[in-house]
Design a protein around this ligand. Sequence first.
Ligand code: AMP
Ligand code: GLY
Length: 428
Amino acid sequence: MAMKVLVVGNGGREHALAWKIKQSPLVDRLYIARGNAGIWQIAEKVDISPTDIPALVDFAKKEKIDLTVVGPEQPLSEGIVDAFEEAGLKIFGHRKNAAILEASKVFAKNFMKKYNIPTAFYETFDNEKEAIEFVKKQGAPIVIKADGLAAGKGVVIAKTEEEAVQTIKDMFAGKFGEASKRIVIEEFLEGEEASYIAMVKGDKLVPLATSQDHKQVFDNDQGPNTGGMGAYSPAPIIDKETEEKILNQIMYPTLRGMQQEGRELSGFLYAGLMIGPKGINVLEFNVRMGDPETQPIMRRLESDLVQHILDILEGNIEKVFPKWSEKWALGVVLASGGYPKKYEKGFEIKGIEEAEKDPDVVVFHAGTDVKDGKLVTAGGRVLTVTATGITLKEAQEKAYKAVEKIHFEKMHYRKDIGNKGLKRLGLL
Ligand code: AMP
Ligand code: GLY
């Protein structure tokens, strides 16, 4: 089969997906809308925004695209899958009515409550006064979440009551745009985060390898939350017993519940988990792969992602058995100075080739562009430097050695990606 495949999205996740899809013997031509400077090296650039759905449908029809794979949540929640299906085009991702599981935190929390899926105690609010009263009653720390999509930045962990009150005021004053017209306020959960991602269809699923992200911007989980500063796979925190619980108490009930709601899931499903004294709780669902989790996960996938997706779309999810490398994979995100707050763009990036001289290293791009023939920064998260190793320690050492070869002005990154895993293995 000589397939034409289109990947939609601009980030490190999409670079990793495109990198993996490119290796499939089924694929003849690979397109990316719109991508970044790294993806443009391996795929043909389609100059259409990931959220310009009518233009993407037109392009896919005209070019006779055989399969489209969607990276980010925005196009899914705006109905890209519905539009492609209506046009008779094959696409992997959830329809709009299922993507609400990520697009609305209020929906997700109410859904989890209804189907007994473990999650933090919460209330939802659409006005400031009641929200502030609730915070005064509950005390701090407490977590405040804008209802809608805010690119991973609509969640504030308030350490004090004053901070919580200020956040509530900011949210209702429109600081997070439309996303914060309604908010969720929930109990702060202690513990360690982990990501559980599967490919799903209806009430069935195929688990992907486990992983662990690092949300806070600074070492030892300090500072504000980001989209994710680094990840590794597998995640030792998810042992066999924990995985059974995740499947039986969270993943399958979610699939069945969404089916009962008439919102059948079909695509990647990601449960963001907090594992701690209160057991395993869902912090959020994402209707897509994680970024940066995808980067180490794709480094470990040995079987053909395109074949897996085709099998799932054809109703044969039972015959999908991904094959994983025995190796560990670890990715470190290199971010622009200031991220996740304000940052500058346009700095030249150097050293990627040098870093990739180690055959175990692959550098995935996120916010990068080409200006006057030079590779420059163009976003908050700029690169994910990944390495594989026989041990977690080896993957970590190789990744950080590669990081040292790369440079752009004001670059910053966490130095402790992988340490949680090493601690759990008794190696740190
Ligand atoms: P969310 O988008 O809901 O996953 O929230 C983003 C991040 O905020 C999570 O990855 C956690 O680091 C943190 N977080 C969210 N909810 C809670 C909670 N209830 N307790 C502690 N941390 C949380
Ligand atoms: N890495 C977290 C996310 O993709 O939401």
